[in-house]
Design a protein around this ligand. Structure first.
Ligand SMILES: *[C@@H]1O[C@H](CO)[C@@H](O)[C@H](O)[C@H]1NC(C)=O
Ligand SMILES: *[C@@H]1O[C@H](CO)[C@@H](O)[C@H](O)[C@H]1NC(C)=O
Ligand SMILES: *[C@@H]1O[C@H](CO)[C@@H](O)[C@H](O)[C@H]1NC(C)=O
Length: 374
């Protein structure tokens, strides 16, 4: 009967090897080793704990976000396309940043600056606004007048305890800060085509924008050069320090140095409303792949950009505004406008753009410079 004992012994050993404890120990060890080997921070696959903290306050799972276009500048060669003249525009990437957070976009076109009643009614039908980047004129354009209306509305709502988030990106973030001061606050900055790790301020951890980040996400954003800068003007930290009216209104959450070593504000927020300014471009990490730009497309940049979208749309979900009828909503949605593919135009910083006709007589009559030919 010796062979039988032997058989049972082998069978028993085989069974033990199948026990979950052993196998998971093995997996854990392998995981540990692989983490050790690449030396990267351990980025969690769910880069925000926003959900667990605030889901009780989510009242609106169909958030709609307005995006403010800006006049196309003929001389900036954004788009070598004859249909681009006398139009206003924004990058398709901004629409996608909204959509990836579960929302829908509508354009807040320039004609609204001449009809404040219509503008206000529209702002009361949507759940937040994105003020995008681009070459927009900051002075008395539709872009600036509509932005001002939006920021005021958001602050009023915040006083009533209703979040109405506003996200300014690049030019948009400069716009919001500029609206807070009578003086011209933008200064030249050598920070075009530059990816940087953020230097978070001591206020960042308790801020509205980074307060919901996991530790590893905060670490990634500070260690890795993943935030893409594309600006030749900045709000310098020094300027901010010289303006008490700005310090009263805004909390700086991160800073950076430009190529000349001058410190500028890279992320900030309103102290009293969910209004955010990013001098950098999360949407480009996700959606703009033109190799003429030094955009970082690593999984770390993607996770940080997705985090920004989730936080912003999380605030929008706490806003109960809606259109009176479905018909009215449909009329405004971005889906009524087709995006134009421009990513094959070598120097354009977009893959797709949306364009809308300009109404302002001042802008229509101005001289549009002939763009370079290629
Ligand atoms: C990642 O996690 C592993 C195991 O939990 C740990 O040993 C390692 O130090 C972590 N790596 C970093 C860079 O934090
Ligand atoms: C931007 O930076 C990248 C990477 O450094 C470089 O390859 C590219 O030529 C730069 N683009 C411009 C327009 O300077
Ligand atoms: C880019 O693509 C569009 C759409 O396919 C086309 O009409 C245009 O001629 C292309 N432009 C260049 C510079 O190749």
């Amino acid at each position: 009967m010796h062979w039988q004992t032997c058989f049972y012994a082998i069978f028993l050993i085989w069974c033990i090897s199948l026990l979950p404890g052993n196998k998971s120990e093995d997996l854990k060890r392998k995981k540990r080793e692989s983490k050790k080997s690449n030396g990267y921070p351990n980025l969690s696959s769910f880069p925000t704990n926003f959900f667990t903290e605030t889901y009780k306050k989510f009242v609106n799972n169909r958030p709609i976000i307005g995006i403010i276009p800006m006049p196309m500048d003929g001389d900036k060669l954004l788009v070598e396309n004859p249909t681009a003249y006398l139009k206003e525009y924004f990058g398709g990437s901004f629409v996608k940043l909204i959509e990836m957070g579960g929302g829908k976009a509508i354009p807040l076109t320039e004609d609204l600056m001449f009809n404040k009643r219509k503008l206000r009614k529209l702002l009361k039908s949507i759940n937040g606004v994105l003020i995008p980047g681009g070459d927009g004129d900051l002075a008395d354009s539709g872009f600036s007048i509509i932005s001002q209306e939006v920021v005021e509305y958001s602050r009023k709502q915040a006083k009533k305890g209703i979040p109405y988030p506003v996200l300014g990106i690049c030019r948009g973030s400069q716009m919001i800060m500029q609206l807070g001061s009578e003086e011209e606050i933008l200064r030249p900055s050598d920070s075009s085509n530059l990816t940087l790790p953020l230097t978070l301020t001591k206020d960042a951890r308790d801020s509205q924008i980074f307060g919901h980040a996991t530790e590893d996400l905060l670490r990634v954003v500070q260690e890795k050069p993943i935030t893409f800068n594309a600006h030749i003007y900045s709000v310098l930290y020094e300027t901010f320090e010289q303006h008490p009216e700005l310090q009263k209104q805004f909390r700086v959450t991160s800073t950076n140095f430009d190529r000349r070593g001058i410190k500028f504000i890279s992320t900030y927020e309103d102290k009293f409303a969910p209004i955010f300014g990013l001098q950098w471009h999360p949407e480009k990490s996700l959606f703009v792949h033109n190799p003429v730009q030094a955009v970082d497309h690593s999984i770390f940049a993607i996770a940080v950009a997705q985090y920004i979208s989730n936080v912003f749309m999380g605030f929008a979900r706490q806003n109960p505004n809606q259109f009176k009828t479905r018909r009215e909503e449909e009329k405004h949605l971005i889906y009524n406008t087709l995006p134009l593919y421009v990513g094959n135009v070598t120097e354009t910083p977009y893959e797709q753009i949306y364009m809308f006709p300009l109404f302002s007589p001042k802008l229509v009559n101005r001289k549009v410079k002939i763009p370079l030919q290629r």
